[in-house]
Design a protein around this ligand. Structure first.
Ligand code: HEC
Ligand code: HEC
Ligand code: HEC
Ligand code: HEC
Ligand code: HEC
Ligand code: HEC
Ligand code: HEC
Ligand code: HEC
Ligand code: HEC
Length: 261
């Protein structure tokens, strides 16, 4: 077993299932992501590692004809220039995404358009704003995280492991409760002289979904200490509009709303 500790581990034996690559098997999980994944260019679509990422440890498998391992990356290996599959477009094993808002609100890490650099598409008919998601998120992140990019301190900030750990993760939902009370971002933008920072505060280093605070959907019975709809829709703040709504249906648009008896 001692032989397995470093570099040239011997062939792993025929009893293993070589038809499926696992990141979380013991040896693979001890390797840096960029020992296999190279970003040759700034393409959003990752590429398969080449043979040299494997052959130090798997020479035995690579010299066994018709081994299922070839089909992890190739569609067939009958020709001398066998075609590659498409790189998986979604996580098959648990991977998360690391991102800190406060870090990206200053210096070179702040997009020129600030928040709108990443949250730029209205969704749900203007109620919500998009969040970078799926493989297409790379197009956004890679505007700065290019293959040669470095942090202020000189750390590389390009490889998969900068943004992805082997941990379970659920993308942040864009189906917020406020939208059921007719809150819409398109009613709360620059035309109403509102900026993102009037409603959203950042906490550096906070956990996923807790980094950016939002006003709570509470109006009449507000008990929370933070900002709610009532903070502005209180009939006092003057924006030049009618912030004290008398028409209940402006917020209560749902089919189930009934006037209280
Ligand atoms: C020993 C080589 C190796 C290392 C180290 C490695 N990968 Fe991979 N990775 C692969 C191969 C091979 C595939 C294609 C697997 C497939 O299609 O089933 C892959 C696929 C992926 C995928 C596609 C979806 C999935 O869940 O498989 C993601 C995401 C990924 N790697 C991220 C990472 C990250 C992040 C790291 C570092 C924490 C890492 N990889 C380290 C070889 C490696
Ligand atoms: C540093 C040595 C090392 C490298 C590099 C390496 N492997 Fe492995 N691989 C192992 C070991 C050791 C095992 C046996 C499982 C274990 O003990 O972790 C293994 C197991 C496997 C298995 C069986 C399923 C699993 O993950 O347990 C497959 C398939 C595999 N490797 C494919 C690859 C491919 C493809 C590459 C290159 C992209 C690669 N390996 C690179 C050491 C390595
Ligand atoms: C981890 C992914 C991966 C695995 C596993 C893999 N290949 Fe490849 N293979 C590649 C890539 C990437 C290339 C280079 C293609 C390119 O650059 O266009 C390649 C190229 C080739 C080539 C073209 C000549 C050369 O060496 O560049 C042959 C032949 C080949 N593979 C056969 C195999 C066989 C046989 C197996 C199984 C024993 C295998 N491959 C397993 C990724 C893989
Ligand atoms: C600068 C940060 C960053 C780097 C570097 C990065 N990613 Fe991503 N990646 C993301 C973000 C953000 C998402 C969107 C996740 C979501 O949908 O919530 C993502 C999504 C993905 C997805 C799609 C996940 C899904 O289920 O929809 C795959 C596959 C992936 N990345 C693979 C990789 C691989 C492989 C590398 C290294 C070659 C890499 N990523 C490097 C930020 C990064
Ligand atoms: C570089 C891209 C980027 C920038 C700039 C950015 N965000 Fe985000 N934002 C994200 C991503 C990615 C997520 C999803 C994070 C996750 O699920 O891990 C997110 C999530 C959110 C959420 C959901 C709640 C939360 O805490 O995750 C809110 C609200 C939000 N952003 C508001 C803002 C505001 C306000 C700004 C400007 C101060 C801003 N964002 C700047 C990328 C960005
Ligand atoms: C406007 C440029 C820019 C964009 C867009 C951007 N980043 Fe960054 N990011 C940076 C810079 C610059 C740093 C290094 C900051 C420093 O020096 O501390 C960084 C640091 C990071 C780090 C911490 C790396 C470390 O080692 O400290 C993570 C994780 C990260 N970004 C994820 C993302 C994700 C995910 C996205 C896309 C949703 C993204 N970034 C979009 C510029 C950007
Ligand atoms: C008048 C207050 C207000 C302003 C101004 C505002 N937001 Fe929001 N934002 C909210 C509320 C309320 C929610 C939903 C919170 C909930 O119910 O969980 C929200 C949710 C979000 C989300 C989460 C994704 C979603 O659709 O659920 C993002 C991202 C976001 N805002 C970005 C921004 C950005 C970027 C700006 C500036 C361009 C901005 N917001 C301006 C109040 C505001
Ligand atoms: C930072 C202050 C602020 C907060 C917090 C805020 N609003 Fe507004 N809201 C405004 C302003 C300013 C307008 C536009 C001027 C006007 O119509 O009085 C507006 C307009 C509206 C409209 C009017 C659309 C129309 O023309 O009929 C609705 C509905 C609304 N807000 C609902 C909400 C809900 C629900 C919340 C809580 C989730 C909320 N608002 C939180 C400031 C705010
Ligand atoms: C600015 C938006 C807004 C306006 C205008 C508004 N409401 Fe509400 N209302 C809410 C929100 C948000 C809630 C969620 C519960 C809370 O306040 O904590 C709510 C909850 C309620 C509830 C509790 C039942 C439920 O659906 O959760 C009643 C009853 C109610 N409102 C009645 C009214 C009446 C009557 C009017 C008109 C006089 C009115 N509301 C005008 C935003 C509004």
């Amino acid at each position: 077993m001692m032989l397995l500790v470093f570099g040239a581990a011997p062939a792993q034996g025929p009893q293993l299932d070589y038809s499926k690559f696992l990141h979380n098997s013991q040896r693979h999980s001890s390797l840096a992501c960029n020992s296999c994944h190279e970003r040759a260019d700034n393409s959003a679509t990752p590429r398969f590692p080449g043979h040299k990422a494997c052959t130090d440890c798997h020479r035995g498998q690579f010299t066994t004809p018709q081994i299922p391992m070839c089909m992890i990356c190739h569609t067939d290996v009958s020709s001398s220039n066998p075609p590659l599959k498409n790189f998986p477009a979604s996580f098959n094993e648990p991977f998360n995404v690391k991102f800190d808002h406060a870090q990206h609100n200053t210096g070179a890490a702040r997009p020129p358009r600030g928040c709108a650099g990443c949250h730029n598409a209205p969704i749900q008919r203007g109620a919500g704003l998009s969040i970078p998601a799926n493989i297409a998120a790379h197009n956004n992140c890679y505007t700065c995280h290019t293959p040669s990019s470095k942090s202020n301190a000189g750390r590389e900030i390009a490889s998969c492991g900068v943004c992805h750990d082997q941990k379970a993760y659920r993308p942040t939902s864009t189906n917020a409760r406020s939208y059921r009370y007719a809150f819409r971002h398109t009613d709360h933008d620059a035309r109403e002289r509102l900026a993102c920072a009037d409603c959203h505060k950042l906490t550096a280093g906070a956990a996923q979904t807790r980094q950016v605070s939002s006003p709570t959907a509470a109006e009449h019975f507000a008990t929370t200490r933070g900002m709610t709809c009532l903070t502005c829709h209180n009939g006092k703040r003057s924006f030049g509009g009618d912030l004290a709504f008398k028409d209940c249906k402006r917020c209560h648009t749902g089919p189930t709303f009934r006037m209280p008896m």
